[in-house]
Design a protein around this ligand. Structure first.
Ligand code: CAA
Length: 289
């Protein structure tokens, strides 16, 4: 086993999920390289990590020393070869495209040792299909984190057809080390969380479409009636309508089920650029950060 395992890692992608994953790994004491195609994206990710740490300090959850130490463990990179050089662990958090992820891992495989663990944070794409064409698919698996990563406890460990048991066990150990709670899920479209979560979101959108109730009241039904921390429409705004549409289309195709058919309203809002919090308009209005 690589001596540096659990001491350092590389996170590919500095968007919402990538920066959150880098944040929790660095906070757990790991030297963390945060990579994206351009440094301005990495810097935006770092600003968000700093903002979360500042909030943690103001809430009394993080000390000022820990904030500085966490930030000090993160190295920025826009050079993929340098970012993964000598790394024992890679977590990929690039956009949800099979082709993009496969291309990224093909490049990574050419640059890392055989015992480097490769994980993808995909929320729905098949791990076995993603590993098609990989040289060593036994060291590849899914590690699905939840947003906001520094608060949410769960990591879904997704075990593909070719994933070795030793890879799965190392990922379980890693997950606990960074203070998260793992569940183990067999590779199947949408895993456990997205398959269930998306159904609630799509049905809530169909209810808005049919005029059953206003978005805020549909959300309230779940918050006050079922004690969900947040309603399905507000959550859709946070996750991004485009992200949820992509997952729904993928699951409809893969599971061959009408339950996942994207509502026309969702498609229309995405085509109009109403993507939720990130664009300032979804089922709610948001201040653009
Ligand atoms: N640093 C450290 N701790 C922090 C913090 C920070 N920056 N910000 C908040 N916290 C702590 C708080 O102190 C609090 O801790 P205690 O419970 O010990 O008091 C806890 O985190 C919750 O914080 P808040 O009370 O401020 O948060 P809230 O009650 O407003 O809830 C929320 C915020 C956790 C996001 C909640 O709204 C929630 O659970 N929403 C649903 C989130 C969800 O479903 N995410 C999954 C999305 S789907 C996904 O991610 C998968 C995918 O593939 C797309």
């Amino acid at each position: 086993m690589n001596d540096d395992l659990f001491k350092k890692l590389t996170v590919l992608g500095a968007g919402t999920m990538g920066q959150g994953i880098a944040h929790v790994c660095a906070a757990a004491g790991m030297q963390t390289v945060l990579y994206d195609v351009d440094l301005s994206t990495v810097d935006r990710g770092l600003e968000r990590i700093r903002a979360s740490l500042d909030k943690g300090v103001s809430l009394g959850k993080v000390t000022e020393e820990d904030r500085e130490a966490t930030l000090g463990r993160i190295t920025r990179s826009s050079d993929l070869a340098l970012a993964v050089e000598g790394t024992p662990f890679v977590i990929e958090a690039a956009p949800e495209s099979m082709e993009l992820k496969q291309r990224l891992f093909r490049m990574v495989e050419q640059r890392v040792g055989e015992d480097t663990i490769l994980a993808t944070n995909t929320s729905s794409i098949s791990i076995s299909q993603l590993s098609t064409g990989m040289e060593f698919p036994a060291r590849f698996l899914g590690m699905h984190f939840f947003n906001p990563v520094h608060i949410m406890d769960l990591v879904e460990i997704v075990w593909g057809e070719h994933t070795a048991e030793s890879t799965r066990d190392l990922a379980l150990e890693f997950t606990r080390l960074i203070g998260k709670e793992p569940i183990v899920v067999r590779d199947s479209p949408g895993f456990a969380s997205s398959r269930l979560g998306i159904i609630l979101g799509l049905e809530a959108i169909r209810m808005v479409e049919a005029g059953v109730a206003e978005p805020a009241d549909i959300d309230k039904a779940m918050v006050l009636g079922y004690r969900h921390p947040m309603g399905p429409l507000r959550l859709t705004d946070l996750v991004g309508l485009d992200v949820r549409l992509g997952i729904a289309e993928y699951l409809q195709k893969e599971l061959n089920s009408d339950s996942f058919q994207p509502p026309e309203l969702l498609k229309r809002m995405v085509s109009e650029g109403k993507l939720g919090k990130k664009t300032g308009q979804g089922f709610y209005r948001w201040e653009v950060e």
